[in-house]
Design a binder for this molecule. Sequence first.
Ligand code: UTP
Length: 471
Amino acid sequence: MPNIDKNALLSILEPAGQSQVLRFWDSLDDAGKANLAGQIEKIDWLRVNEWLKTASAGISQEELQALSPAPYRPTVPAKGDEDFYAKAIQTGKDLLAAGRVAAFTVAGGQGSRLGYDGPKGTYPVTEVKEKTLFQVFAEKIQYAQKKYGHVIPWYLMTSVINDGPTRKFFEEHNYFGLAPENVKFFAQGMLPALDKETGKALLASPDSLALSPNGHGGSFAALKDSGALADMAARGCDVITYWQVDNPMIRPFDPLFLGLHALQKSDMSSRCLIKRDAKEKLGHFCLLDGKTIIIEYSDMPDVLLQQRDADGRLSFRAGSPAIHVLARDFIERLTAGKLDFQPHRALKKVPYIDNCGEPVTPTSPNAIKLEFFLFDALPLAQNPLILEGDRNEEFAPVKNPDGEDSRASSRQFLNARAARLLAEAGIPFPKKADGTMDAVVELSPKTINEATDLKNVQVPEIHPGDRIYLE
Ligand code: UTP
């Protein structure tokens, strides 16, 4: 139970100049007091003040001058590397068969761009069966468990905002066929939104701070504090495959990626996608002082975005789809002492109550949000590996209600992939005169992830305009 003694709370807040969050205290009932006190106690206020001063608003000019593109391994082995890649694939399969791989999905974000009312994982994505993101992932896990003959525990990071509805969703759907004891939820930390002029914490209501999840980089502390890392250790999992909740095309158990990660003794491995063009909004894998870092699209000056190498290719072409493999012991080392990450700051529109307690819905950014980024661990990682991926096979995120990176664009990618797998299996797929697909085929991730899986499936003749589900 939180301590609802006002003086005790003031002793926490006053040194940080944040006692204004108690301005409605005397009018609150005990439940309201307990709520606000609980929130206040969980925050390191002096550190928040420090972060406000130091939080990175981007990269400095000197650092930009010193950047070079980070090297990456190609999808297909370079000449001479064929045996090494073959060994990596076998190593990845062995890791899966030995139960050494844990799955980890970050699902604590607010999904504000999508504007969907509910945890993003409960958003229906597939075209014929309208399977939700969570169901798609659960089925991919079932497929891999069957294929490699071992349980793959699944860890899901939520936030206090969506933890309850996320758990309820899984219960209502019987965990989509997974064993509940192998699906673990834990909530990430929260940070207060701060007025952009004064740095004072905002209130969402008289008894609640305006809080938001502390970023996907909050994963490290949350994995440790929730006991998830210890649970992985107890299960013998030392390799963590990480993905974001919005990508239904993820291939979380790619033996090559897992195997290269292990053979290279990498602490943190990353997929990269070759940017379609200079303006594609992916983070960039770069080297700075010999360390691998990711520079966000918005922080890259145009001259670097456009820079070309001797072959005429974009120099900074390795973009990040936020797909990683992490060594469990790396996270254990990171979290052994006090985590010393710096959050990033972003200006956002955050609803709050004014001094009279009246709700205000800002029309322009009014607040600073602090967020930790997962990729800030990269420069601390030993032997970081970057492996090129194929965007048509593994990246179709759903971030926006329409246009780029929406459900509609994601469905097109999924359908195109189905068409490719069918073609590989010798099954024709109707096309329109302009070459676009003239049918919709949805493949069940539980049973069909590769062309060879189609051997076990009765595939009807596909006619123009058909909508077919195969499993
Ligand atoms: P995004 O950066 O796309 O943010 O998160 P978001 O919150 O989902 O969506 P917007 O920006 O509000 O529209 C990428 C991934 O990181 C997770 C998200 O759930 C998503 O899987 N994430 C993000 C967290 O788990 N916690 C956070 O605090 C932020």
